[in-house]
Design a protein around this ligand. Structure first.
Ligand code: GDP
Length: 379
């Protein structure tokens, strides 16, 4: 499995320039417009690449350069983030040509087995497949998804597939940004099928839903209440539900579960811009139903593209992404500002003790922030 380990900084300070127009590369990045050769004694012997080198490497489909570009995108160091944006901007015209598939389900539902089976059949037919994960807990759990090397062994050796584990560390927002940008790099490198896997916890599904064209929920037939354990909201996000492990003695139960979900879905509104959710059965282990699943993905793409719903969905996703980036950056700038850090505890205390109305407190803090920004601008 290609796993580039560039020595990206662990620094988590966002670029101070978040609200400013990007200055370009001059002086901002080491070694541009050419590139720096190895500094003597540099441990890993990797030289800094120029933006042009990254771009050319990505467009040529060079796996090593692609991996390094992903590492650049995943870095929190301001200089890396700046260069990553230049790379992304340059490859932008070459993006958008893939089908973006999100895959969710509880651990054990068979997501990785399904990705392996479906993915292998796709690469055999000439597709280039990228598999990513969104798992903000991965830094705590040591990589619950995709980090485990025994998963997707076949795809990991497949030269037409590229597996990239979840970017680690940080909140979901940061992981989501990195994954979205990584998806663009994959597209520019000619990957025409993108899978983004996530475990069914908390906000993850909603986040992954907001970055893909087609959202697949992997379920298994269980004893008792079929709808148990799965939040109703998640079902509403799905474009298709697949009841996995429909093999052996489990076939009947899987078919029954399928009927139950179809029934349950009947009472849910179809998504405004999409197609009513479908329910399929499959076995990731035997491969039964996997072809039908791919047909469903292709039919979905065809239908949604023809109606314009796909383009609309992507445009709306970009707009929402812009706003969530702004929210995140503004909040960050606000709470990191020295003047705010200094006055916040006291204002909080006044609010808690009922000495200052909340609205007045918020206005006061925003005013402090504004002054702090003005002062920073003047210096
Ligand atoms: P994930 O946690 O959702 O990625 O699930 P895995 O793909 O790791 O699968 C969990 C377990 O279920 C493994 O032991 C798999 O071998 C098994 N499994 C996955 N798909 C199937 C299937 O279609 N049929 C059967 N019988 N077992 C399966």
């Amino acid at each position: 499995m290609p796993n580039d380990t560039d020595d990206t900084s662990k620094q988590s300070v966002p670029p101070r320039s978040a609200l400013h127009v990007m200055k370009g590369v001059e002086g901002g990045h080491e070694g541009l417009p050419g590139y720096a050769t190895d500094r003597p004694g540099r441990p890993r012997g990797k030289r800094t690449l120029s933006t042009e080198e990254y771009v050319k490497g990505i467009l040529d489909g060079d796996r090593t350069l692609l991996a390094r570009a992903i590492t650049l995108v995943e870095s929190n160091a301001p200089a890396h983030q700046e260069q990553a944006q230049e790379v992304l901007q340059a490859v932008m015209p070459h993006t958008g040509h893939s089908i973006r598939v999100g895959i969710t389900g509880v651990p054990g539902a068979g997501k990785s087995t399904l990705i392996e089976t479906l993915g292998t059949s796709l690469t055999e037919r000439g597709h280039k497949l990228a598999v990513m994960a969104v798992d903000p807990t991965s830094s705590l759990s040591g990589g619950s998804i995709l980090g485990d090397k025994t998963r997707m062994e076949g795809l990991a050796r497949d030269t037409r597939a590229f597996i990239r584990p979840s970017p680690s560390g940080g909140a979901l927002g940061g992981v989501a940004r990195k994954t979205r940008e990584t998806m663009l790099l994959f597209e520019a490198a000619g990957y025409d099928v993108l899978f983004v896997e996530t475990v069914g916890v908390g906000q993850n599904e909603i986040t992954v839903r907001s970055m893909v064209d087609y959202f697949l929920l992997v379920l298994i037939a269980g004893a008792g209440d079929e709808l148990q354990g799965i939040k109703k909201g998640v079902i509403e996000l799905a474009d298709t539900i697949v009841i996995n492990k429909a093999d052996g003695d489990n076939i009947r139960a899987a078919r029954a579960a399928r009927a139950e979900y179809e029934q349950a879905l009947h009472y849910l509104r179809p998504p405004a811009d999409g197609r009513a959710c479908r329910v399929l059965t499959a076995s990731a282990q035997t491969g039964d139903g996997i072809k039908d699943l791919w047909n469903d993905i292709e039919a979905f793409r065809e239908e949604m593209s023809t109606s314009g719903a796909m383009q609309k969905r992507r445009r709306e996703q970009s707009r929402q992404w812009l706003h969530s980036m702004l929210d995140e950056r503004l909040r960050d700038l606000f709470y990191r500002q020295p003047a705010i850090r200094q006055s916040l505890p006291d204002i909080e205390k006044q609010v808690m003790e009922g000495r200052l109305p909340v609205t007045a407190a918020a206005w006061k803090l925003l005013e402090t922030f504004q002054h702090g920004e003005d002062a920073a601008e003047e210096t």
